[in-house]
Design a protein around this ligand. Structure first.
Ligand SMILES: [Zn+2]
Length: 328
């Protein structure tokens, strides 16, 4: 099974979905059921992994909200080293085979039990029929997803729904180039746990002075010079694509590069070529805690002040073939 964008729904036609985790892209975020709200945090990639240790492989559920499925996966909070009834389920980096590989077994037409490869007597279970919460991590917390001995109850039977990938495919086909040679991310396109704010781009740490190349071909529409150290974007540039549109609209995609070392040598209306034109150099200007590039993809045609999730696109959609690593 390889389902690109999969929503899991538990029970007999109830409108609850697995995988809500407050949109936090961080280790240890609780997973709980929630009414279908169409958000990316309710979708997973279901990807088969090769065999390991004495097990015969299994499926990982890759959280779409994290690097488009690359970095966080469904993870069992083990009891000691054991995967047993009562263990909670969260998202975590893909580092623990025992806690992160599952078998998917059809019980009746279109309904599946999802069991850890390490212990097939227990199954992914939702508690009750209410919406859950990030804080409700006990096996009796309303709406929580956890492991329980398999009994065949409706709260242990799941369906898989494939979500349309048309827009994502369109973005991937635009073949943007990544603006830096390094691909380690220190903050993803997700809500941050520590302040509850949505981070509408990605942060890529790099040495001061590292060259930033344009991700797309187009023209410069904004030169940014905001040096306030609590609110400013420092030195930056916004490029508008010449021929890449926000899917289904007539708005052209814009890319934004901020916290650069110095004012860009480019000017507004200059044309740029992806992977060829240097935008500037990595720095630590404006509201920045270290040398890094903040990179956003703007979807509302604006000059990028106060960006939100609704006004941006997930940068990872544009780089399906880049393997990102995380430093947080
Ligand atoms: Zn940032």
């Amino acid at each position: 099974m390889y389902l690109t964008n999969t929503q899991l729904t538990v029970g007999n036609g109830k409108c609850y979905a697995c995988g809500k985790h407050n949109n936090y892209d961080e280790n240890g975020m609780n997973v709980y059921q929630w009414s279908d709200d169409g958000s990316v945090e309710q979708t997973f990639k279901v990807v088969y992994g090769a065999s390991y240790n004495n097990y015969n492989g299994g499926y990982r559920f890759r959280a779409k909200t994290s690097a488009n499925g690359q970095y966080r996966v469904l993870d069992i909070v083990k009891s000691g080293s054991s995967v047993i009834s009562g263990c909670n389920v969260e998202i975590w980096a893909p580092t623990d085979n025992v806690a992160q590989y599952f078998e998917i077994i059809e019980v009746s037409s279109g309904k599946y039990k999802i069991v850890p490869v390490a212990n097939t007597g227990v199954a992914l279970t939702s508690y009750g029929t209410s919406n859950g919460s990030n804080a409700g991590t006990a096996s009796t917390s309303a709406g929580n997803i956890y492991l329980s001995t398999y009994t065949g109850s409706n709260n242990q039977l799941w369906t898989f729904t494939e979500i349309s990938t048309v827009a994502e495919t369109a973005y991937a086909n635009m073949d943007f180039s990544f603006p830096l040679s390094v691909t380690t991310i220190s903050s993803g396109y997700a809500k941050r746990n520590y302040d509850g704010k949505f981070h509408a781009g990605i942060d890529i740490p790099a040495s001061a002075g590292t060259e930033i190349m344009s991700a797309n071909t187009g023209k410069v529409v904004k030169i940014i010079d905001e040096q306030n150290t609590t609110t400013g974007r420092g030195y930056g540039v916004i490029v508008e694509s010449s021929s890449n549109y926000v899917y289904g609209t007539s708005t052209k995609i814009r890319t934004m590069y901020i916290h650069m070392q110095e004012l860009s040598t480019l000017s507004e209306n200059d044309t740029v070529t992806k992977g060829v034109t240097q935008i500037g150099k990595v720095g630590n200007t404006g509201a920045s805690g270290g040398n890094h590039l903040h990179f956003s993809v703007i979807s509302d045609g604006s000059t990028g002040a106060g960006l939100t999730q609704e006004r941006t696109l997930n940068p990872f959609f544009f780089y399906p073939n880049v393997s990102f690593t995380y430093s947080y």
